[in-house]
Design a binder for this molecule. Structure first.
Ligand SMILES: Cc1cc2nc3c(=O)[nH]c(=O)nc-3n(C[C@H](O)[C@H](O)[C@H](O)COP(=O)(O)O)c2cc1C
Length: 187
C-alpha cells in the first residue's frame, strides 16, 4: 500500500479538473492505496511569498510548512491538470515552486485533459520544472481529449480504455515509488 497524493491542478469556478480527479481518486483507492486529495483551490497558496529559496527550507509562513509536511508524507503523486494556452496550469506551477527538496526522488504521474491534445502540451511544458526540482515523471500518461463531453451530474464518465490506462499508471507509479526509495533517502 502506498500513500498517493492527488493534486487537482485547476482552480477555476466550473472546472472539470475536480470530477476528473475524483475519478482518479476512486481508482487509486480501489487499488488499495491511501490518498491525500489536494485541491489547490482549497489549499489556496498565495503566489509564492517566501523570502528565501526553498532549498534552504527556511519557511516563514504556516501555509508553506503545512504544504511541505503534506508532500513529505507521500510516496508518489498524480497531477490532474489542464492545458492552458499550450502550457501548464499556473496554480500547479506555483504549488511546485514553493518547495524543492521535498520533491526530490518522488515519482509523479499525469492525468491531463483539454482539447484535441488531451492536455499533453501542458504536461510537456512542465517537464523542465519537474526535472529541476527532482520530481521523476513516470512514462505512462493518461491524456483525455475533449474530456468536458464526459463530465455530467454523475462526475467523469470514463470509458474502459481510459480506466485501464489509469490503472496501469497507478501500478507503474507505485513501482517507481518503491524503486526510488534509495534516492529519497539521500534527500
Ligand atoms: C485560459 C484557457 C486556455 C486554454 N487553452 C487551451 C489550450 O491551449 N489547449 C487546449 O486543449 N485547451 C485549452 N483550454 C481548454 C481547457 O483545456 C478546458 O477549458 C478545460 O476544461 C480546462 O480545465 P478546467 O476546467 O479544469 O479549468 C483553455 C481553457 C482556458 C480557460
Amino acid at each position: 500500500m502506498a500513500h498517493v497524493m492527488i493534486v487537482v491542478g485547476s482552480v477555476r469556478p466550473g472546472r472539470i479538473g475536480l470530477p476528473i480527479a475524483e475519478w482518479v481518486r476512486s481508482r487509486v483507492e480501489g487499488a488499495g492505496h491511501d490518498v491525500d486529495f489536494v485541491d489547490l483551490k482549497e489549499l489556496a497558496l498565495p503566489f509564492l511569498d517566501e523570502p528565501h529559496h526553498p532549498i534552504k527550507r527556511d519557511y516563514q509562513h504556516a501555509h508553506t510548512r503545512a504544504w511541505s509536511a503534506r508532500v513529505e508524507a507521500t510516496d508518489a503523486l498524480i497531477f490532474v491538470t489542464p492545458e492552458y494556452n499550450h502550457s501548464y496550469s499556473p496554480a500547479l506551477k506555483n504549488a511546485i515552486d514553493y518547495l524543492y527538496t521535498e520533491w526530490q526522488g518522488r515519482p509523479v504521474g499525469f492525468v491531463s485533459y483539454g482539447g484535441m491534445s488531451g492536455g499533453s502540451r501542458g504536461v510537456t511544458a512542465l517537464e523542465p520544472v519537474l526535472s529541476t526540482v527532482g520530481l521523476v515523471k513516470i512514462p505512462t500518461e493518461v491524456n483525455l481529449p475533449g474530456a468536458s463531453k464526459q463530465v455530467g451530474d454523475g462526475g467523469f464518465a470514463a470509458d474502459d480504455r481510459q480506466t485501464s490506462s489509469l490503472d496501469a499508471l497507478v501500478a507503474q507509479l507505485v513501482a517507481y515509488g518503491e524503486a526510488l526509495r534509495p534516492v529519497q533517502a539521500r534527500r
